[in-house]
Design a protein around this ligand. Structure first.
Ligand code: NAD
Ligand code: MG
Length: 394
């Protein structure tokens, strides 16, 4: 058996470290060729010493010396800087790139990997939110596989296996509802970063955890689903399912619904993306139906959580508008994590940014990056403005 040769972008994050657990759990299946991190040199060094990849990249150049010295005398080559991410994904000895960076930093390296003909396991949903049309055109042009890692999209993907292109009537993306499900806007106006970081079912990076609390994560996933599965907006429904056991569902034209179920553990969808089309035995904890005698469903509350409605609006408008939504969201989430804006102000700032930034119908990669920059600048100004009022309210 030939081992799949893998590059992991964002190896020190929540998805990256769980991917390495999958690699440990499936001995003989994978060879780690590339590992990258933003700033966490210590974790990257430990991973490099364990997996001995060909190359590691630390995006933060000030950490280069530390990593270089720690790996002195090993076979591991050390690189630094954002441009190195685009270079290493093209390495001849890489078959598949796991894109597990967070945020818009994922776009360029993922595009470079697709252009180099590499298969992609995509966790970085922001890539498809920002530039879905462009990325899917490249996927088709270079005939690479784009394998979803996001649990909902992995569920849909698994439901479609064996369907031989039978048309989809609609899909249901399940949402846990986050830590503030059922709460009022009054309550939300007072919530803190610490409360928002307590997700009921999943342990994830900080950005996606806040996105889950605001329902923006589901909004981003609606956009991601459109591009991955070639759907119209009206074919994508969201249903709140607080237990996070059904990971998502497909309804076919005969009215049949297929669902994919399991424990909320990202190692399962990560492993499926890495071993696809095969299923490989592991010893991860199994689901027990008696632990979940009740699976329940609710309507998503877009009156309270505006972000989900904003994401649908961005998707309907198209062009660079989802890219504006994404950039503004990254800014407000970073500000919320620094206690600079309130919970409810986040969607107000995103909405205002979407109204102000110039629209482009068919953006190029440069246009997307320009949109990202401009949207960040405008959202940044709005954050500074609202920061003044926020501290008075607090
Ligand atoms: P995280 O914050 O835990 O990890 C992010 C990783 O990317 C880290 O290794 C970090 O060093 C690296 N990174 C961050 N910014 C970078 C930059 N500018 N340049 C280079 N490297 C950078 O995030 P996460 O929770 O693992 O999420 C990663 C992606 O996967 C996100 O797009 C998220 O939406 C998606 N996702 C995550 C989960 C989950 O359970 N964590 C589930 C579904 C989808
Ligand atoms: Mg998800």
């Amino acid at each position: 058996m030939t081992r799949k040769r893998i590059a992991i972008l964002g190896a020190t994050g929540s998805i990256g470290t769980q991917a390495l657990e999958v690699v440990r759990a499936c001995p003989g299946w994978f060879e780690i060729q590339v590992l990258t991190a933003a700033t966490n040199a210590e974790a990257l060094i430990q991973q490099a010493l364990e997996f001995l990849p060909k190359v590691v990249v630390v995006a933060d150049e000030s950490k280069y010396q530390e990593v270089k010295e720690a790996l002195w005398g090993t076979s591991v080559m050390v690189m630094a800087g954002a441009a190195a991410l685009e270079e290493v994904v093209q390495h001849a000895e890489v078959d598949l790139v796991l894109s597990a960076l967070v945020g818009s930093a994922g776009l360029r390296p993922t595009v470079a990997a697709i252009k180099a003909g590499k298969d992609i396991a995509l966790a970085n949903k922001e890539t498809l939110v920002m530039a879905g049309q462009l990325v899917m055109d490249l996927v088709h042009k270079h005939q690479v596989s784009l394998l979803p890692v996001d649990s909902e999209h992995s569920a849909i993907f698994q439901c479609l296996v064996g369907e031989d292109r039978n048309p989809i009537e609609k899909i249901y993306l399940t949402a846990s509802g986050g830590p503030f499900r059922g709460k009022s806007r009054d309550f939300l106006s007072t919530v803190t970063r610490e409360q928002a970081l307590q997700h009921p079912n999943w342990v994830m990076g900080a950005k996606i955890t806040i996105d889950s609390a605001t329902l923006m994560n589901k909004g981003l996933e609606v956009i991601e689903a459109k591009w991955l599965f070639g759907l119209q907006t009206r074919q994508i429904d969201v249903v709140v399912h607080p237990q996070s056991i059904i990971h998502s569902m497909v309804q076919f034209e005969d009215g049949t619904i297929k669902a994919q179920l399991g424990l909320p553990d990202m190692k399962f969808p990560i492993q499926y993306a890495l071993t696809y089309p095969k299923r490989v035995e592991n010893s991860f904890k199994r689901f027990n139906f008696m632990d979940f005698p009740k699976l329940t469903f609710e309507q998503a509350d877009t009156d309270t959580f505006h972000n989900l409605a904003l994401a649908y609006r961005a998707l309907e408008t198209g062009g660079n508008v989802p890219c504006i939504l994404n950039a503004a969201n990254e800014m407000v989430v970073a500000a919320f994590l620094k206690d600079k804006v309130g919970f409810l102000q986040m969607s107000d700032i995103i909405e205002e940014t979407m109204e102000v930034v110039h629209r482009i119908d068919t953006p190029s990669l440069d246009d997307y990056e320009d949109t990202d920059r401009k949207s960040r600048a405008i959202a940044g100004e709005l954050i500074t403005k609202s920061n003044k009022t926020y501290h008075i309210v607090k």
